[in-house]
Design a protein around this ligand. Structure first.
Ligand SMILES: C[S@@+](CC[C@H](N)C(=O)[O-])C[C@H]1O[C@@H](n2cnc3c(N)ncnc32)[C@H](O)[C@@H]1O
Length: 278
């Protein structure tokens, strides 16, 4: 289906030397991760991101975070969303895609490529919990390439992906506007589209989700909620950004995307889908 050379072909020539392709097509690692991070972000922003990422990493090891009810509810909601809109097609770039679970709703042809571009290589290598295998069997049967790196600086050529998907990730990024500018550049000019799936506040320009929205969301999964409180207290787990729906629409338009459509992901408290075209 895909081989090392097909994947290397997607990379800009001058960026290839910064990556280790020895484990491609499954895994492509950054050669100098620290150098890239200090080039991209200021010192304070970087340490804020590192704290959040460290906490997030620890938090996702905990089994109770992924209770069967929680995974089941997510599976049903995103499954309904992709069935209603249509499955992902063509070459897909999943920024911050983690374990690549969205392949569950990808219908590739024989030459299509699915790239997860994410700095969280440790979490990826640790792998999923058993419950994910029970639900996402189709996802794990489809190939993907994990590329280690930040969404703020993509190594790919212009106009190479059919779809870019960004799920629950923009709030982990220091400079979301750069992530979207990079996604725009790498998407095909003819028919390239982006899907952002993001929990956000419905209020105008609010930068903290409404307290009631957060409580309702969390009370559905009490064990997960308790674990979140623990991680918040001991690891300062938190998002580096909070968005309202309007914020995301503005970010997309500022990056150059057009025809922004907003819909609610079925059966979720506050997760919205933002779809737009290049
Ligand atoms: C909540 S997880 C979402 C994972 C996946 N999209 C999903 O929904 O299953 C957030 C992901 O964002 C990644 N991430 C953090 N900072 C990032 C950045 N600057 N660029 C791209 N991904 C980033 C994390 O490593 C993590 O895998």
């Amino acid at each position: 289906m895909r081989n090392k050379e097909d994947i290397r072909e997607l990379f800009q020539k001058d960026k290839q030397a910064g990556f280790d392709f020895s484990q491609a097509p499954d895994l492509i690692r950054r050669k100098e991760v620290t150098a890239q991070a200090t080039d991209l972000f200021g010192k304070d922003d970087l340490s804020k991101w590192e704290r959040a990422q460290h906490g997030f990493n620890h938090y996702t090891k905990v089994k109770s975070i992924f209770s069967r009810e929680y995974v089941d509810a997510n599976f049903v909601s995103f499954g309904s969303f992709f069935k209603e809109r249509r499955y992902l097609k063509g070459n897909v770039l999943d920024i911050g895609g983690g374990w690549g679970l969205l392949r569950q709703w990808w219908e590739p042809s024989s030459s299509d490529i699915y790239i997860v571009h994410d700095p969280g290589v440790e979490r990826f290598l640790r792998g999923v919990h058993k419950v994910h295998h029970d639900y996402y069997e189709r996802a794990f049967s489809l190939p993907m390439t994990f590329v280690e790196g930040f969404g703020e600086e993509l190594p790919y050529k212009n106009n190479v992906f059919n779809t870019c998907v960004i799920k629950s990730t923009l709030d982990h990024c220091i400079t979301p506007e750069e992530v979207l500018a990079e996604a725009y550049r790498c998407l095909q000019t003819q028919g390239g589209d982006i899907i952002i799936l993001q929990s956000c506040d419905t209020g105008e320009q609010s930068h903290q989700p409404h307290i009631l929205t957060r409580l309702l969301k969390n009370l559905r999964y009490p064990k997960r909620f308790l674990s979140k409180i623990y991680h918040w207290l001991f690891y300062q787990v938190g998002h580096v950004q909070h968005f309202s729906r309007d914020d995301i629409v503005t970010l997309l338009e500022q990056a150059g995307f057009s025809k922004v459509r907003v819909s609610k992901v079925p059966k979720t408290q506050s997760i919205y889908a933002f779809e737009a075209n290049k």
